[in-house]
Design a protein around this ligand. Structure first.
Ligand SMILES: NC(=O)N[C@@H](CC(=O)O)C(=O)O
Ligand SMILES: [Zn+2]
Length: 430
C-alpha cells in the first residue's frame, strides 16, 4: 500500500515543519511541499495534525507466553500502536524466561508473527532472572536479542553485575537495569512517607534504589560498560546519574510518564492503580525527575507498560501486584500536562525527542527518523480535540491505569509500521 500524508505538522530532525510525506514500499520515499498524489497512493489529509516518527518505547511487559490473561503479544502491540508507538522493547519476565539462544529465537519469531509493531526482545541477564549463572550474551545476541535486563528484579550480587556489564558490553548489548536492593524492601508497597503513614501501609525507602544505583555506577566505571537505568524514581538517583555523566561514566537513564506526572501525595486511597515499582515518590522527587529530563541527565521516556488483570488489581495496595499500563496514555497525558498545560515545562520537540530518537540512541535502535529511506514508521496525533481516557477503549487487556477518566489532548489518529496502517482511530471507534 502506498500513502501520501498531506500537509502535516511534521517532526523532522528536531524541528516542526509543514510538509507532505510519501510512503512507498514500506519506506519514506519523499518529503516535500505540494507533492502530487500518484495513481496508486491513498491520500491521508494531515492538516493541523502532528506527524512524527513512530514513538519508541524500550520498556514494556507483554506477558506472553505465561500470563496471557494479563496481555498477549497481539494485544500489547495493539496497545502500543494505539499509543503511537511503532517500536517497543519486550521485557523478559515471561514464562519461560528467554535466557538462551533457543528461547530468544522463539520469542523473536512469536513477536514477528503476532506483533502489530516492531517488537525488540530483551533476554534476561541471569538464567531464569535468578541469582546464579549469567546468560550467554553472544549467543542471545546472535539469536536476535537487542538488549539484556532482569527487569522486575534487581541483580543482587555485585560480582554478577560486574561480569554482566562486561559481558553485555563485549556482545554489544545494552544492559537495562531494574535497580532494587532486596534487603531494603521491608515489604513496602508505596513510597515511604506521610502517604504510607496516612494509609497505614508499609513504605519503600529511596535507598532501595539509590544504594544499588551507587554500586552499579561504580561497576559501570570499573568496566567502562554502558549501563542503562530503568524507571528512575528519586531525586538522589538523578543527582547520582548527573555526577556519573559529568565524570564520563557511560550511564543512560529512562523515566516513566507516571513518575513525571504523579507523586505519592496524589494516591487517592487504597487504589492499586497507583501501585507500581518503583513507587510514585514525593513531589520533590517528581520535580527532580522533570529537571533531570530537561537538563539531559535522564535521556528518554519509557512507559513500563505493566498490565495486570482487574481481579488482581482489585486487591488493594497490599494485595495486588506492582505495575500499571502505559502504552495508550503516555503521549497524550505528557503532552497535555507538560506541553499544552497552564504551566508548560517541555517544548513539543523536546517531548518527541525523548519518545523517539533519544530512546533509539540509548539502545542503538534504528528508528526515530523520517528522513527519506527510513522505514515508514509514523504516528499521527490530533493535538486539538480533547478526549476522555476510557478503559473500555483500551486495546490492552490491562485496564490498570490511574489516568482513566482524565481529559487529554494528543490522541493518536493513525499509526504506520513499515508503511502499513496498523491503527486508525476511526476504525477503532466503529
Ligand atoms: N513496574 C512494575 O511495577 N512491574 C513490572 C516489573 C517492573 O518493571 O519492575 C511488571 O512486570 O509488572
Ligand atoms: Zn522494573
Amino acid at each position: 500500500m502506498a500513502y501520501l500524508l498531506k500537509n502535516g505538522q511534521v517532526y523532522l530532525e528536531h524541528q516542526l515543519v509543514t510538509c507532505d510525506i510519501r510512503i512507498q514500499n514500506g519506506k519514506i520515499a519523499a518529503l516535500g511541499t505540494d507533492l502530487t498524489p500518484l495513481a496508486d497512493e491513498t491520500v491521508f489529509d494531515c492538516t493541523a495534525k502532528l506527524v512524527t516518527p513512530g514513538l519508541v518505547d524500550p520498556h514494556v511487559h507483554l506477558r506472553d507466553p505465561g500470563q496471557t490473561d494479563k496481555e498477549t503479544i497481539a494485544t500489547g502491540s495493539a496497545a502500543a500502536a494505539r499509543g503511537g508507538f511503532t517500536t517497543i522493547g519486550a521485557m523478559p519476565n515471561v514464562i519461560p524466561v528467554p535466557d538462551d539462544a533457543t528461547k530468544v529465537a522463539d520469542m523473536v519469531q512469536r513477536n514477528t508473527e503476532n506483533g502489530l509493531v516492531h517488537i525488540l526482545q530483551f533476554s534476561s541477564i541471569t538464567k531464569n532472572r535468578e541469582a546464579g549463572d549469567l546468560v550467554d550474551f553472544q549467543a542471545v545476541k546472535q539469536a536476535g536479542a537487542f538488549a539484556v535486563s532482569n527487569d522486575g528484579s534487581g541483580v543482587q550480587d555485585a560480582a554478577t553485575m560486574l561480569k554482566a556489564l562486561a559481558g553485555a558490553a563485549e556482545a554489544g548489548l545494552t544492559l537495562a537495569a531494574h535497580v532494587e536492593e532486596d534487603s531494603l524492601k521491608f515489604g513496602g508497597v508505596i513510597n515511604a512517607g506521610p502517604k504510607a503513614e496516612e494509609l497505614g501501609v508499609p513504605g519503600i525507602i529511596n535507598a532501595v534504589e539509590t544504594s544499588q544505583l551507587a554500586r552499579d555506577i561504580a561497576l559501570s566505571e570499573a568496566t567502562g560498560a554502558h549501563y542503562h537505568m530503568c524507571h528512575v524514581s528519586t531525586a538522589a538517583s538523578v543527582r547520582m546519574i548527573r555526577q556519573a555523566k559529568a565524570a564520563g561514566i557511560p550511564v543512560t537513564a529512562e523515566v516513566t510518564p507516571h513518575h513525571l506526572l504523579l507523586s505519592d501525595e496524589m494516591i487517592p486511597g487504597n487504589d492499586a492503580n497507583y501501585k507500581m515499582n518503583p513507587p510514585l515518590r514525593s513531589e520533590a522527587d517528581r520535580q527532580a525527575l522533570i529537571e533531570g529530563l530537561c537538563d539531559g541527565t535522564i535521556d528518554c521516556i519509557a512507559t513500563d507498560h505493566a498490565p495486570h488483570t482487574a481481579l488482581e488489581k482489585a486487591k488493594g495496595l497490599c494485595g495486588s501486584p506492582f505495575g500499571i499500563t502505559g502504552s495508550e496514555t503516555a503521549f497524550d497525558t505528557l503532552y497535555t500536562t507538560f506541553v499544552q498545560g497552564a504551566q508548560p515545562r517541555f517544548t513539543l520537540t523536546q517531548l518527541l525527542n525523548w519518545m523517539t530518537a533519544a530512546p533509539a540512541r540509548c539502545f542503538n535502535i534504528d528508528a526515530g527518523t523520517l528522513l527519506p529511506g527510513a522505514a515508514a514508521d509514523i504516528a499521527v496525533f490530533d493535538l486539538k480535540t480533547p478526549t476522555t481516557i476510557k478503559a473500555d477503549e483500551f486495546a490492552s487487556k490491562g485496564h490498570n491505569s490511574p489516568f482513566v477518566g482524565q481529559t487529554v489532548y494528543g490522541q493518536t489518529i493513525a499509526t504506520f509500521v513499515s508503511g502499513k496502517l496498523v491503527y486508525r482511530k476511526d476504525d477503532a471507534q466503529k
